[in-house]
Design a protein around this ligand. Structure first.
Ligand code: NAI
Length: 514
């Protein structure tokens, strides 16, 4: 897709239709970028109210010193509330942010088509409807494009520029350039269910809900591991509580249905129960957590302090052992090198009588059986082993208590809090990141977007600490593929099938990220 077209000139008028949460935010962004903005809503007074609210927001920003007072006043003055679609006759770009309904949006676009100039661009902020579908039956379908902002639009940088089958590449390129000129981070996406972010983020919620359903650990523990070890800003359960379970379940269901019930996107019965019970999250006072005044937030599981083990040896070396090895050394252990047993892993630690093995998607119990060694403890993926404050561990069923204590003690000596969870395949962070990378790789394979834009979208749209494809490269594609293969063997079915792109890169040793 092209990215070289020019941005909309600053003296061109922009129309925004729908003055709700998104429309008001988009109007503010366009006005701050220097455009005259015509804001329309079919609910009496809504556009005037939104204009007043935006002016208030801008003057608060000026009072806090975030923007100059003169700029705030000028931006507010550039917004005009209009009271008929016909008033948008001079707009070069119209962005609709009305109710999320295909027929209503189509009707609006058809009405607009006869109002604006034939070369004006008509963009939709839809988060789930097909851009191809919106353009069907239009006189000039090439000028219909998705311009998907994230909430709140003035704050979140990502804009997905979505092309349907008929979208003119020049139009997509012009919107990309315009979003950039407005200070946003635009990415190109093909019109497919969930576009980039709402599709590629599904495993973040789906794997957590599946782990909870299998009683691997409680929400507070999984959240703490995802934050402290995974480097995510928020854990999946606290984030779902913030987004609202009704909204999160609806998005999951719509992506699952749109992909003809692909098991990768299967909604969670647990979440359905929360919605049925009105436990929608923060907004209803209760979700996975209780938000009532005085409610005590549950603490994550953390192991009691164990004694310092006598000896740590490093069998082999891999990206998953290097950071931890340095921390053991910094804690005063003389970490001697020894050859690794390939039946266990390419690299792991021997701590007194325990084997401390990075997860490859097998349970600790499976590794113990394969290696003929009962004392196996597996550890989770960390975003950065050199700095992580917490690590999740799981013990094999036959592992002796003394061996678990040795492994836990060693990690604690390295200054890392230890959370022991049930012996689940792929633990918490590794399983989630492998599935995020798998989904991103499938999106690349299917031409939804390129690797660079997907990583950019996930960092800027949902704040991930690293793009999932770059993350897969950092872990090692062979390791990610092993995790997926073992998860698929563990669960059966199609949910954990490896993306063709990852499988191919695993064979050639090339990277998937850019
Ligand atoms: P909202 O309910 O806050 O605002 C919608 C506004 O559109 C209302 O003021 C309503 O009166 C007006 N409206 C409805 N039908 C209209 C019509 N035919 N003509 C003119 N005005 C009409 O909704 P929100 O949250 O701002 O969402 C708007 C669009 O943005 C939807 O397509 C939604 O899927 C999308 N979106 C929403 C996000 C969110 O987090 N809320 C994020 C990204 C996209």
């Amino acid at each position: 897709m092209m990215t070289t077209a020019e941005a909309l000139p600053r003296d061109a008028a922009v129309g925004v239709i729908g003055a709700g949460a998104m429309g008001a935010g988009i109007a503010q962004v366009a006005a701050q970028a220097g455009h005259r903005v015509q804001l329309f809503d079919n609910r009496m007074g809504a556009a005037d109210d939104a204009k007043a609210k935006i002016a208030q927001t801008l003057s608060t920003l000026a009072a806090k010193g975030k923007i100059a007072k003169a700029d705030a006043d000028a931006a507010a003055a550039r917004i005009v509330a209009v009271h008929a679609l016909g008033d948008m006759v001079s707009a070069r770009l119209v962005i609709e942010a009305i109710v999320e309904d295909m027929e209503t949006k189509r009707r609006l676009l058809r009405e607009l088509e006869v109002v604006v100039a034939p070369d004006a661009i008509l963009a939709s902020n839809t988060s789930s409807l097909s851009i191809t579908g919106l353009a069907a039956g239009m006189k000039h379908p090439g000028r219909i494009v998705g311009m998907h902002f994230f909430n709140p639009a003035p704050v979140l940088p990502l804009v997905e520029v979505v092309s349907g089958l008929a979208t003119d590449p020049e139009v997509a390129a012009a919107i990309h350039a315009t979003a950039k000129a407005w200070g946003k981070v635009p990415v190109h996406a093909l019109s497919t269910p969930g576009f980039i972010v709402n599709r590629c983020a599904r495993p973040f919620y789906g794997e957590a809900l599946k782990m909870l359903a299998e009683r691997v650990a409680d929400p507070a523990t999984i959240d703490a591991v995802m934050r402290d070890s995974g480097g995510f800003r928020m854990g999946p359960f606290e984030l779902m509580d913030l987004l609202g379970h009704d909204v999160n379940l609806a998005v999951t269901k719509s992506v699952w249905e749109a992909y003809f019930h692909d098991p990768r996107f299967t909604p969670s019965v647990l979440q359905q129960e929360l919605v049925a019970g009105g436990h929608l999250g923060r907004k209803s006072g209760r979700g996975f957590y209780d938000y009532a005044a005085g409610a005590i937030k549950p603490l994550p599981q953390a192991e009691a302090r164990q004694p310092r083990p006598l000896r740590i040896r490093a069998a082999g070396e891999s990206p998953l052992t290097m950071g931890l090895r340095e921390r053991f050394a910094a804690a005063g252990f003389d970490v001697a090198a020894m050859p690794a047993d390939a039946a266990i892993a390419a690299a792991y630690f021997v701590i007194d009588d325990a084997l401390l093995v990075p997860t490859d998607g097998r349970t600790a119990t499976t590794i113990a059986a394969a290696a003929g060694q009962p004392n196996v403890v597996v550890y989770d993926l960390a975003f950065d082993y050199a700095t992580c404050p917490r690590l999740a561990l799981a013990r094999a069923d036959p592992c002796a208590d003394a061996a678990v204590a040795a492994a836990v003690g060693a990690v604690q000596e390295a200054g890392i809090a230890v959370t022991v969870i049930d012996d689940a395949a792929g633990l918490v962070v590794m399983r989630t990141v492998a599935m995020l990378a798998n989904e991103a790789a499938d999106a690349v394979t299917q031409g939804v977007a390129d690797a660079r834009d997907i990583d950019l979208a996930m960092r800027n749209g949902v704040n991930y600490p690293r793009g999932p494809l770059a993350w897969a490269d950092a872990i090692g594609i062979a390791q990610v593929c092993a995790v997926l293969r073992h998860l698929a063997a563990h669960y059966g079915g199609d949910r954990y099938r490896t993306s063709p792109l990852l499988a191919r890169r695993c064979a050639t040793g090339a990277r998937v990220g850019k």
